[in-house]
Write a protein of this length. Sequence first.
Length: 144
Amino acid sequence: MATETPGALLRRWFDEVWNGRDTAIVHQCLGPDSVLRNPGAEGGALRGPDGFLAFRDTLLRAFPDIALTVHEVVESGPMAAARWSARMTHTGPGLGIPPSGAPVTITGMTMARVENGKVVEAWDEWDQLKLSTACGLVAPAQAA
């Protein structure tokens, strides 16, 4: 198989790792020493496939029906960026609070640097406030 472009790899990541729940693909797509900078991660970074899988498992426990849609991907050299949205329902205990049953849709962006066909570094930004408010972790702002 020819090496995927960074953009194709990023699309496959969302389709197979997140939507397909394929754990084996994580090890195929991430370098062993990869660093994934994720605002939802403890300390702000996930290290290697196992660090990512622990984070993903926590989210899947809280939101077992999570489904991501990639809206656009752009790439330049070894870099690719994706704009995406995720729809999910808080039906599990993964956030450390009782499930709220709240449906939520968030948006986010991911940028990844690829070397030798694997992501070696990535940055995620997503709407944690909307997610936290919908699930009851943060009280909604009061109108003045």
